[in-house]
Design a binder for this molecule. Structure first.
Ligand SMILES: [Zn+2]
Length: 374
């Protein structure tokens, strides 16, 4: 049997399964940035930044898609010309027919993603999310007349309800009896106005990501046969296992901060790291957050971390960490994130193979840290 020919929208579906967009932070812009979802795909490229060099390199190897960590579009565009930075990239992506897709904070928080790769690279044992994702789901309970449960649940699934981790179409159904009395001027699906009815119904339950709620309710109202749909929306505080920003775990053997920082420098292949804390302090419990993780210093301290490895730490953040008594190894934004390029390339090539797709990803290897030490 020949290999399957995927399109951009198939790749988006694959990425959404691995790195659910609902894990992205509210301010983020993940997913397709530029490109035609219907375009056929045979070659892709993975990069950290959606720069002009990455788009050109993708085009040069005949790639139809560039998957990047940082989004291309953040602020509202007022004008699209090749005269500003983002405009230049969009211009050449359109001209070269290279679609750009971003997996950003959804990649950071996914159970297998940037922070799990960073923790693995630093040989942190039993790493758990530092800030688990909670409160981003609702439980939808809807009462459906018996025989109509398939059409309603299909509509809910299609609108994005019913996902649990890497499983989709998850629901629960309990049969029971619903009662109602249609009022004056109603046009009931079952029964007559003014008479109490008893109907065999199913209590159908699904999880709904907060950001799909509008679409899910819309589809529910459209497919449910009742004039007045009885439903409950229940806010949940579930923490998704293994999902969230940063990671925290233990080193196999405690190390002095000096030796640990040296190990981080080697593992992340950076010129230098900036360290907050005394050289001889012993570190055993380690937190990590790729990119800019200074917001998580206090959380890491509260969870008993001796040190946090991240990037972009500012002076006052370092001072307050010093006062709290948590060490910092700032290896830079680039070095704590660049490892995603090789890791995501490998993961995508494996997933593509499993699906039997005729598609291959190359890593863009020319990116360098804009900062150098001298
Ligand atoms: Zn970043």
């Amino acid at each position: 049997m020949g290999k399957l020919k995927p399109r951009i929208h198939d790749l988006i579906g694959l990425l959404n399964t691995q790195f659910p967009p609902e894990l992205a932070e509210d301010w983020d812009n993940v997913g397709l940035q530029v490109g035609d979802p219907g375009r056929a795909l045979t070659q892709g490229m993975v990069a950290l930044d959606p720069g002009i060099d990455a788009v050109s390199a993708a085009h040069a190897v005949g790639a139809q898609v560039l998957v990047t960590h940082h989004p291309l579009l953040f602020r509202g565009l007022k004008q699209l010309t090749p005269e500003d930075e983002a405009g230049r990239v969009i211009w050449s992506a359109v001209k070269d027919d290279v679609a750009v897709i971003s997996v950003h904070t959804n990649l950071d928080s996914a159970s297998v993603g940037l922070n799990s790769w960073l923790a693995e690279r630093l040989e942190i044992q039993d790493a758990e999310p530092l800030r688990p994702v909670a409160g981003s789901f609702l439980k939808l309970v809807v009462f459906v007349p018996s025989g109509h449960e398939a059409q309603v649940s299909e509509a809910l699934f299609a609108a994005g309800a019913g996902g649990v981790g890497h499983y989709d179409q998850c629901s629960f159904r309990i049969p029971g009896t619903g009662t109602f009395r249609p009022g004056e001027g109603t046009n009931p699906f079952v029964g007559r106005p003014g008479h109490r009815e008893e109907v065999e119904e199913l209590r159908l339950e699904v999880l709904v990501p907060q950001n799909r709620l509008g679409r899910v309710l819309d589809r529910m109202f459209k497919t449910h046969p009742y004039e007045e749909v009885a439903y409950d929306l229940i806010p949940l505080n579930n923490q998704l296992p293994g999902v969230g920003l940063g990671r925290i775990g233990r080193l196999e053997k405690p190390l002095s901060l000096k030796n640990f920082a040296g190990g981080v420098k080697d593992a992340l292949d950076c010129d230098a790291v900036r360290v907050v804390g005394a050289e001889d302090v012993v570190v055993s419990k380690v937190a990590v957050c790729g990119g800019s993780g200074a917001d998580l210093i206090r959380t890491a301290h509260r969870q008993g971390a001796d040190v946090i490895v991240t990037g972009d730490v500012k002076y006052h953040e370092a001072r307050s960490a010093e006062a709290m008594g948590i060490a910092i190894v700032d290896a830079g934004h680039f070095a704590t994130e660049h490892l995603m390029v090789a890791a995501l390339t490998e993961l995508l090539n494996q997933s593509v193979k499993t699906r039997g797709w005729d598609l291959f990803f190359d890593a863009f290897t020319q990116e360098t840290d804009p900062f150098r030490t001298c």
